[in-house]
Design a protein. Structure first.
Length: 117
């Protein structure tokens, strides 16, 4: 008997909405995600000059999945999405490094007012 753990859907799946083989238009379903990732991906994808259209929707407030639609000018939509994930990961890594170094600098260069008794 299959449990919910073994029946878990993949984090990302492609929705097959077209039968004409056009790889430049694709809808993706991102499971267990919300506006945080949807809006970040939309921002990154909109910066790509090959992207003609990108939009996402939350199917229903009680469901935690996103439908992400991408249309490109020639490159397969799946390749553009892979690049967007790489760019977003790089951006987040840069922000984390900057935050950590700024926090370290602040702690090293500012006297704690509570120590002045």
């Amino acid at each position: 008997m299959a449990t919910q753990e073994t029946m878990k859907k993949p984090a990302l799946e492609m929705l097959d909405t077209r039968n004409d083989g056009d790889e430049t238009v694709q809808t993706f379903i991102l499971h267990d995600e919300d506006h945080t990732l949807g809006n970040a991906l939309k921002y990154i994808l909109n910066k790509n000059p090959e992207v003609i259209f990108v939009g996402y929707s939350i199917t229903h407030p009680s469901e935690s999945k996103i439908n992400l639609r991408i249309q490109t000018s020639g490159r397969p939509a799946v390749d553009v999405l892979k690049q967007a994930f790489k760019d977003l990961k790089q951006m987040c890594s840069h922000m984390l490094t900057t935050f950590e170094s700024s926090t370290k600098y602040y702690k090293e260069n500012h006297v704690d007012d509570t120590d002045m008794s």
